[in-house]
Ligand binder design. Structure first.
Ligand code: AMP
Length: 470
């Protein structure tokens, strides 16, 4: 089916052609006509499926065909995203798809100065892409009026819930007019999404292009079993020997990301880290450098990498497996985007056996394993507790692995392992995960005059700061 058949205007078709898209992706085929029809949508689409154009194109068309009833500082469409990086990307897409239309778009998120955003809003914005925290700051300062919103999009709504944004979302909903079109996009379905959809959507059309919790099929997945102390060596070897030029590597913690970045540098491989301790300016610069090929390896934590769209990214490496299985699907979804092939490699040591089992259970398949010559795991090495942010109850109890602790037994069925852990666990209950929720926590601490405990180095710390940067 060509784009033309979807009922898009010539201005949008021209913008799509400029992007080099030859035909719509499945989510676009299904979502665009329904949204143009004015219906609410509940769409399950993995990242990389072209979902952004799936909602942005019809949204722009609807706004351009209607007469505006805008007032001072008011906007006509609001797109909420969980992270700053995703907001920036969605904002870029909206701007390029709408470049032949007389509509203005803007992006607002925290971590950068608020005044330029206030100026932009004052000059008039039709489509606003925002993260929830900064959006509410603007509302509080009366620099933004949400009472004229015609279309609301919640992009990666599941992630917003995971990150503890539910209260912000509820508050935002109270500021919107009752009559509006709602589009809810999620990657992983959960009861929380179901509840949000029930409260928010009006007779929605359900669109699901990839089955729930499955990895995109274009991605080749492979596991290299390796000892924990030899992962860095193996990573450098793989990058060098296979001449990978652009690799996104995931670590579990910010500290791990920093350490690996400097170790790769020592191996002569240009690398940069991206995580929530880096300033927004650094994150933006780092990402641009990686996209342009100035940096060969981008080492990221889950939260920073969420929603990153890097065209034709060929390699994703899990330096450490995520402790939440769904994050594995999100991580490897960075490659194989828009129906291109990609490779997702996981370097897995004996300590991560339970995480691997959980991931395979979620995927409903076994991921092939290949031992790299010279990096064979030492069978005498015992599993150890993963020190930070661990979610495996078996490990929490004693810090010692349960029976069967060598790679030879690693994939033998263990009827009890991992049972206690619920795959659909509410991560929102684990507390704040990104800058904006953390700020809320600081407010609470301040309000109750609670001092955060100090580490031996004298730095303030907290339970959440000791958790991985997810
Ligand atoms: P998204 O899932 O929205 O993050 O999009 C993933 C990638 O697919 C982005 O790099 C888009 O530019 C690209 N894309 C979106 N629609 C199409 C299309 N119809 N054909 C080819 N690429 C597309």
């Amino acid at each position: 089916m060509p784009f033309k058949a979807l009922g898009l205007s010539t201005e949008l078709l021209r913008a799509v052609a400029d992007q080099g898209y030859s035909k719509p992706t499945p989510v676009q085929c299904r979502a665009i006509p329904v949204i143009l029809d004015g219906k609410d949508v509940l769409a399950g689409a993995q990242t990389g499926t072209g979902k952004t154009a799936g909602f942005a194109l019809p949204l722009l068309q609807l706004l351009s065909k209607r007469s505006s009833t805008k007032g001072k500082n008011s906007i006509r469409a609001l797109i909420l995203t969980p992270t700053r990086e995703l907001a920036a990307q969605v904002g870029e897409s909206v701007a390029s798809y709408g470049k032949y239309l007389p509509l203005k778009s803007a992006v607002i998120f925290g971590g950068v100065k608020i005044n330029p955003q206030i100026g932009q809003l004052r000059r008039g914005v039709d489509v606003l892409v925002a993260t929830p925290g900064r959006l509410l700051d603007h509302v509080q300062q009366r620099t933004l009026d949400l009472s004229k919103v015609e279309i609301l999009v919640l992009d990666e709504a599941d992630r917003m819930l995971d990150m503890g944004f539910i209260r912000d979302i509820r508050r935002i909903l109270t500021l919107l007019p009752g009559r509006r079109q709602n589009l809810l996009f999620f990657a992983t379905f959960s009861n929380d999404i179901k509840m949000l959809a029930e409260n928010l959507l009006n007779s929605p059309v359900l669109i699901e292009v990839a089955s729930r919790n499955t990895a995109p099929e274009m991605i080749e997945q492979l596991i290299h079993p390796v000892d924990r102390t030899r992962k860095r060596e193996l990573l450098s070897f793989l990058i060098g020997s296979k001449n990978w030029r652009q690799v996104l590597v995931f670590t579990r913690t910010k500290h791990g990301a920093n350490r690996l970045t400097s170790q790769l540098g020592q191996d002569g491989i240009s690398a940069a880290a991206i995580h929530s301790d880096k300033s927004q300016a650094t994150r933006t610069r780092t990402l641009a450098g990686f996209k342009h090929g100035d940096v060969r390896v981008l080492v990221a934590t889950d939260i920073a990498a969420r929603g990153l769209d890097i065209e034709h990214l060929p390699h994703v490496v899990n330096f450490e497996l995520p402790s939440v299985s769904e994050d594995y699907v999100h991580r490897i979804g960075r490659t194989g985007r828009a129906e291109r092939e990609g490779i997702a490699i996981s370097l897995v040591c004996i300590d991560e056996r339970e995480q691997l089992k959980d991931i395979e259970r979620l995927l409903k398949r076994t991921i092939p394993q290949e031992i790299i010559e010279g990096y064979e795991p030492d069978p005498s090495i015992k599993a150890e507790m993963i020190p930070r942010g661990i979610t495996n109850p078996n490990l929490r109890q004693g810090g010692v692995y349960l029976p069967g602790n060598s790679w030879s037994k690693a994939n033998s069925p263990n009827p009890t392992a991992g049972r206690k852990r619920s795959l659909g666990k509410k991560r929102s209950q684990e507390g704040p995960k990104d800058e904006e929720p953390t700020r809320r926590r600081q407010d609470i601490l301040r309000k109750h005059a609670i001092k955060a405990p100090r580490t031996s180095q004298g730095h303030k710390t907290s339970k959440h700061e000791r958790l991985p940067d997810r």
